[in-house]
Design a protein around this ligand. Structure first.
Ligand code: NAP
Length: 478
């Protein structure tokens, strides 16, 4: 991936291209130089689209069992190299090594699920004579790949979220052009190289590197792209949707995920889980717990439990050390945004239970209460180790507080009261409701996607495969 001058290349049609214009790429924790990133321009983009377009036609013609075998081989290649891949995540994101290894295991699963789905591209049969005029006709649908997919990914799960694009796309017979986060290009290049090693044909997976703000529009509006699958922030997602025209667009965006704990909840039991759901990987997870609604009778107990748990966390240390709980945040603007939101909350009268401590690029787990609902820390996605605790008197008040959000991705609801559970199922507005589980739970075969500003469309391998196909209807009049 890197030439003798230390330039990290673009991966197009199975070969590296090294550009004259480059940008420094540094290890997030140590700030040591990882290399100089090539920067794609329109010429590279055209090459990548042409390669993908040609390769896709052959890839789609492979028998389903062969596409499946190759995806299984890719899963095995990744599993064999877990440590090397996990260390790339550590270098490019400062994710603690234990979480990085867990991400690789999930990505292996995502490729395996994709391999299975490659053999299940089934349409449906219609009962044509269910309506007048349908007598004597037969009809069924077939799933066809959309063609070339531009897959734009964020920094926080640089292997597994790339797997959620490549796996379903290839299972369905598509080719992809990955535009990874500028923070994590090496993770994407690693998997593209691995795909070549196991025999996936050149051009089916291409990796374009460059700032999204510069190369993004040209990629999204390129005539040779049939679909955009985007995971990232709301603002960028909205911009992509506004210029994508009639192309299929899948948007997996952010949230300010919440969990409600009703009075029957064993707070002692679940407090450690709440802590990790809120602050693991410095809260840089789209379904990180940002808001907790707790009954007023358990509020003080929850605050003191979280304070005790977080005081035992090891923060700001090298992410490669296995006892690191949280290392540095991804960049200074993420830290400044979080710090400003905490300051705004304090100015508005919020109480800091713990945290609000910073050193270099690290922020300590920060728990706040008494936060007025209009604050950024409640309403906007923080993507930082910040959690707001809100006390309530009756369950409807808690549900209203949780629903008072522009986002709706995953919501957690703890209760042993069946009436409360059914009420929550009927009234909470989010893509998924997890009963007696934190919202930070995701298994890779679950349908996954938000409502409101959290996005449109579903990932989760089988669901993404459907999104990445056209369903063509065949009607036969014998
Ligand atoms: P981001 O800033 O939106 O970037 C995401 C990707 O979009 C990057 O590859 C970025 O490239 C690219 N991009 C930026 N501007 C673009 C443009 N004008 N046109 C096309 N592409 C453009 O997000 P992030 O900071 O990497 O990730 C955090 C966000 O992702 C959070 O909001 C989080 O909730 C969300 N997320 C959602 C899910 C989900 O499944 N719902 C999962 C994970 C993360 P550059 O890096 O070059 O700018």
């Amino acid at each position: 991936m890197k030439n003798e001058q230390g330039i990290i290349g673009l991966f197009i049609d199975g070969n590296y291209f090294f550009t004259e214009q480059t940008v420094e790429h540094r290890n997030v924790y140590h700030q040591t130089l990882l290399g100089h990133l090539s920067q794609a321009d329109a010429t590279h983009l055209n090459l990548a689209v042409e390669a993908a377009s040609n390769a896709q036609k052959q890839w789609a013609m492979l028998p389903a069992y062969r596409r499946s075998e190759l995806l299984f081989a890719l899963a095995e290649e990744l599993q064999r190299n877990t440590e090397e891949a996990a260390m790339l995540i550590v270098a490019e994101t400062a994710k603690p090594i234990t979480l990085a290894r867990a991400e690789i295991m999930r990505a292996v699963t995502t490729y395996r699920l994709s391999a299975e789905e490659a053999t299940r591209l089934q349409g449906e049969t219609l009962v044509m004579d269910a309506v007048r005029g349908g007598e004597g006709k037969s009809a069924f649908t077939v799933l066809e790949p959309v063609g070339v997919i531009a897959a734009i990914t964020p920094f926080n799960f640089p292997f597994n979220l790339v797997a959620h694009k490549i796996g379903p796309a290839l299972a369905a017979g598509n080719a992809v052009i990955i535009k990874p986060s500028s923070q994590t290009p090496c993770c994407a290049l690693w998997i593209a190289e691995a795909a070549k090693r196991v025999g996936i044909q050149d051009g089916v997976i291409n990796v374009i590197i460059g700032s999204g703000g510069i190369i993004g529009d040209a990629l999204v509006t390129h005539k040779g792209i049939q679909m955009i699958s985007f995971t990232g922030s709301f603002d960028v997602g909205l911009h992509i949707r506004s210029i994508a025209g009639l192309r299929k667009t899948l948007l997996e965006l952010g949230s300010n995920s919440a969990v409600i704990l009703d009075q029957s909840t064993d707070i002692n039991l679940i407090a450690p889980k709440l802590a990790s759901g809120a602050c693991a990987f410095s809260g840089q997870v789209c379904i990180s717990i940002q808001r907790i609604a707790v009954h007023e009778s358990q509020h003080d107990q929850l605050c003191s439990l979280l304070k005790t748990i977080f005081s035992g966390w090891i923060v700001g240390t090298d992410p490669a050390e296995s006892n690191t709980s949280m290392s540095k945040m991804i960049n200074s603007s993420a830290l400044i945004k979080a710090k400003n939101a905490v300051q705004q909350a304090k100015n508005a009268g919020a109480t800091v239970i713990c945290g609000d401590d910073y050193h270099e690029m690290s922020m300590w787990p920060t728990v706040l209460t008494d936060c007025p609902s209009h604050l950024d820390i409640v309403q906007q996605e923080m993507f930082a180790p910040i959690v707001v605790i809100q006390k309530y008197r009756d369950i409807q008040e808690a549900i209203d507080w949780v629903n008072d959000s522009r986002y709706g991705l995953n919501t957690g609801f703890y209760s042993n009261n069946l009436k409360h559970v059914w009420h929550a199922i009927r009234t909470i507005k989010s893509g998924a409701l997890l009963i007696n589980e934190i919202p930070t739970y995701r298994a890779d075969h679950m349908p996954y996607g938000g409502v409101k500003d959290s996005g449109t469309g579903k990932e989760g391998v089988a669901y993404a495969v459907r999104e990445m196909c056209h369903e063509k209807l065949i009607v036969i009049q014998p």
